[in-house]
Design a protein around this ligand. Structure first.
Ligand code: NAD
Length: 321
């Protein structure tokens, strides 16, 4: 078995590697050659922790396995560890034997940022100049860093529920050589691309905050009950997702579908756009919305790339298991 510890991931996987792995696996899902298993997520009744498994099989990429992990809200304060903890396990599709164990924390941030970036590449207007951020927590910094590579952005504007966190994303914008401006939610009207990555259960982005022609990637809603944008925005937009089943049950589309504003058939796979079986954006005035729920196959695809890189660079620990 190959072991790649958490501390090695930063030196192995580039944003470009994560992007390629995620773009390929979205395409594979849409072709039907990769599928996700039902997600398990449980409150374990100890340490207020949420723990679960996301898994799947990608026949094209020959990646089989799962990511196990979750959220321990007291970790940082009590133990000095980050609150999100996860590990990816890969298995040999030919034999079922365990193949690799890979640290899953940084991997999660990189694969989540890659997903919104893939959506920007395929759905945002080519002339997008203003990047809007809603959210300034751990994931937001990774999201912004990756998004800025997709278009020639001239300015980043940002809003956060906790304004004192905005310097987190201002720093990323400035490192990329792009000026940053804090704006009220109404200021998002100036954005050509918006990423929302917050943990809110009540919508903060209203339909009229988003201008015609904008691409918005909603990345924070990954659980039943969470909601970042007003449901009527989904009725105004063309809606895309990583996986339709997750989008309508635990993603942003859960609310618009529940109140009958859109139907399951109104939610399209981003993979279909990548494969050319859906046209994607068809006009400069169209609002496109990507509901990024986070699928197990993203984790497996990126973990497989990490294992290949670790073996190639002689960093992997190999144990006779
Ligand atoms: P974090 O705790 O570091 O940051 C949370 C963010 O949400 C901050 O910007 C905070 O100000 C904002 N926020 C908190 N309460 C709010 C409220 N009531 N209204 C508006 N904003 C509020 O968390 P993180 O690690 O950056 O994760 C952000 C979200 O992304 C979480 O919901 C997490 O579950 C989700 N996530 C999704 C994926 C995916 O694949 N889609 C992957 C990882 C994390």
């Amino acid at each position: 078995m190959i072991i790649v510890p958490e501390k090695e991931i930063a030196g192995l996987l580039t944003r470009a590697d994560a992007f390629d792995a995620v773009e390929k696996v979205f395409a594979s899902m849409s072709k039907g050659s990769a599928y996700n298993f039902p997600v398990i997520r449980e409150a374990i009744g100890y340490e207020d922790a949420l723990y679960g498994f996301k898994g799947g099989f990608d026949k094209a990429g020959m990646a089989l396995g799962l990511k196990a992990g979750g959220y321990w809200p007291n970790n940082l304060e009590k133990h000095g560890h980050i609150n999100h903890q996860s590990t990816v396990f890969l298995f040999d599709p030919d034999t079922g034997m365990v193949k690799a164990m890979v640290g899953g924390n940084l991997l999660t941030a990189l694969r989540t940022a890659a997903a919104s970036s893939v959506s920007i590449k395929h759905l945002a207007r080519k002339d997008a100049k203003v990047m809007g951020m809603v959210g300034a927590g751990h994931q937001a910094t990774f999201q912004l860093r990756a998004a800025l590579e997709q278009r020639d952005f001239e300015k980043v504007i940002g809003w956060n529920y906790h304004p004192e966190m905005l310097p987190n994303i201002e720093k990323v914008a400035n490192e990329a050589g792009v000026p940053f401006e804090a704006v009220p939610l109404e200021g998002l009207a100036e954005a050509d691309v918006v990423i929302s990555i917050t943990s809110t259960f009540a919508p903060t982005i209203m339909a009229d905050h988003i201008s015609l022609g904008t691409h918005i990637a909603c990345m924070g809603t990954d659980t039943k009950g969470k909601q970042e944008v007003e449901a009527s925005l989904l009725a105004r937009a063309t809606v895309f997702t990583d996986e339709v089943a997750q989008s309508i049950s635990i993603g942003e589309a859960q609310h618009a579908v529940a109140i009958g504003l859109i139907e399951q058939s109104d939610v399209h796979e981003l993979g279909a756009v990548i494969n050319g079986t859906h046209p994607g954006r068809t006009s400069a005035d169209e609002i496109t919305l990507f509901d990024g729920t986070g699928v197990g196959l993203q984790d497996l695809a990126v973990a497989s790339s990490i294992v290949d890189l670790a073996v190639e660079k002689g960093i992997a620990t190999i144990v006779d298991f």
